[in-house]
Design a protein around this ligand. Structure first.
Ligand code: ATP
Ligand code: MN
Length: 482
């Protein structure tokens, strides 16, 4: 017979003292004395454990021996005010059922601190740790907040395809999709792969962005957003890149670049505020964790603000809006540039900015989030709106402390002639993009949009250092386990 289960989060927040309830979860630790065992039980509903008190004589060696770190149990009993420090209430067990044992000699998660690197090797078990369960709960809260933010503004959530045949942006960064027998690939007479015989009868790949399709929807529904998986076969082994990540891409008719920046800033602040308001316990845990970690670092590398202070700082400050041209001047005259400390020195207008430059602007020069706009057209995508100066496009990137680029967006080129000329210059075949160009042929309007990397947002909010630690199953070069 199965008892009705109460979640530990409810037990710890509601006044349940005196009531008899059943809790179920996984044992974090067990401390046993001669007469009594104290079991710290966690069911994932909160970072906090419920203490289950089990009388040694009542339950006997046989049961208590099976209750070890990692084992799963159900415990029924009365909630009483706790005698011990650290918790308001505890459960005095009347009955305990052991669902599954976890051999203490083999269970990989010992009740001690494990390195994040080690935990990545056992990604199937790491949600059982405090750190990962906290990150996963924050991840959920932020995903929910994304939908709430847009829904409350009247945006529509649309699903753009995961398999596409347009690689306009991907330029070699896209994963191919095929059902060819790879040991026996059909070839044309010229010896090229014969995609006409493949599943889609043309070359196809996993999406690198839902934007182009998102634009089509915005040209009918006005304001839309996508929130889906995105794939990039870029071989950049950094703490900020995944081969599979999630991107939020709003696209809005009738928005110019300023409107676009306003929306992005409002959204980022909304997400930060949502986490502060709804994930207090998890953020407090993560903040404590960072403070512990930083004790091992030299003074100079420690951050000046705690996690909560950093989050509040983003809430309380407007992001600095700086044109690319102004940024280049700042960087050219900066100390690390003059002393040749940057790996890529900034010499002239037109240079692409590396993350060292982005972080210098945010962390050293402005000391707050920065929106860089009006980039040289030659370092940006074909669809960005050309400015009067003939040199720049209406792009905007948002740069965050510790992260670098968190948002990339632009006003889109809605003028058919300018767009097709630019595509020619950049060798993008107009015939394959005819479906996209139709929105410029019929009822074109000024419009804008941007992409927010969901994992980079979670990195910022949780204060974690590596993007592999904010997604349940990270995919990076050489890593596709679990
Ligand atoms: P970066 O220069 O950091 O590689 P990008 O210019 O390639 O970024 P965009 O193509 O503008 O990025 O994508 C929009 C957003 O998606 C970025 O601002 C970032 O937040 C996120 N993003 C891009 N590539 C990745 C990746 N490989 N892993 C995780 N997030 C990513
Ligand atoms: Mn990139």
């Amino acid at each position: 017979m199965k008892e009705k289960r109460t979640k530990i989060q409810v037990v710890l927040t509601d006044e349940l003292v005196g009531q008899e309830i059943t809790v179920m979860g996984w044992v974090r630790t067990k401390r046993a004395s001669k007469n009594v065992a104290f079991i710290a039980l966690n069911d994932g509903s909160t970072i906090n454990n419920l203490q289950v008190v089990a009388d040694a004589e009542k339950f006997g060696e046989d049961i208590l021996r099976r209750i070890t770190t990692g084992a799963s149990i159900s415990a029924t009993g009365k909630i009483v005010e706790s005698q011990g420090a650290g918790q308001a209430c505890e459960l005095v067990a009347e009955s305990i059922e052991v669902f599954g044992e976890a051999d203490p000699d083999k269970y990989p998660l010992q009740p001690k601190k494990h390195s994040l690197e080690f935990l990545r090797e056992i990604a199937h078990l790491r949600p059982r740790t405090n750190t990962f369960s906290a990150v996963m709960r924050v991840r959920h809260a932020l995903a929910f907040a994304v939908h709430k933010f847009f829904n409350d503004k009247g945006f529509f959530y649309i699903n753009t395809p995961i398999i596409t045949s347009s690689d306009a942006e991907g330029a070699g960064e896209a994963f191919k999709v095929t059902n060819f027998d790879l040991n026996n690939i059909p070839k044309t007479e010229e010896g090229q792969v014969d995609y006409a015989q493949d599943f889609f009868e043309k070359e196809s790949n996993l999406t690198v962005s839902g934007q182009l399709e998102g634009e089509l929807a915005a040209m009918a529904l006005s304001e839309i957003y996508t929130f889906g998986p995105t794939f990039r076969a870029e071989n950049s082994n950094t703490t900020r890149h995944l081969a599979e990540f999630w991107m939020i891409e709003p696209e809005m008719a009738f928005y110019d670049l300023q409107d676009n920046m306003d929306l992005a800033q409002e959204m980022l602040k909304y997400l930060v505020k949502y986490a502060l308001d709804n994930c207090a316990d998890d953020l407090a845990f993560l903040e404590k964790r960072i403070i512990e970690e930083e004790k091992n670092k030299p003074q100079a590398e420690r951050s000046e603000m705690t996690l909560t202070e950093r989050l509040k700082f983003v809430l309380d400050n407007d992001f600095e809006r700086v044109s690319y041209t102004e940024a280049i001047e700042i960087l050219k005259n900066s100390k690390p540039n003059k002393k040749k400390k940057f790996s890529y020195l900034i010499e002239e207008w037109g240079a692409d900015l590396q993350s060292e430059h982005e972080r210098y602007l945010v962390e050293k020069h402005f000391n707050k989030p920065v929106i860089l706009y009006n980039y040289p057209k030659d370092i940006k995508a074909f669809y960005m709106r050309q400015n009067e100066d003939g040199k720049t496009v209406g792009a905007m990137d948002i740069l965050f402390p510790g992260i670098g680029e968190i948002v990339g967006g632009s006003q889109r080129e809605e003028r058919l002639d300018l767009l097709t000329t630019r595509m020619q210059e950049m060798d993008i075949p107009a015939d394959e993009m005819s479906w996209y160009l139709d929105t410029r042929r019929y009822g074109a309007v000024p419009h804008s949009g941007f992409g927010l990397g969901f994992e980079r947002m979670i990195l910022f909010v949780t204060g974690m250092g590596n993007i592999r630690d904010v997604i349940p199953f990270p995919r990076t070069p050489g890593n596709c386990e679990f």
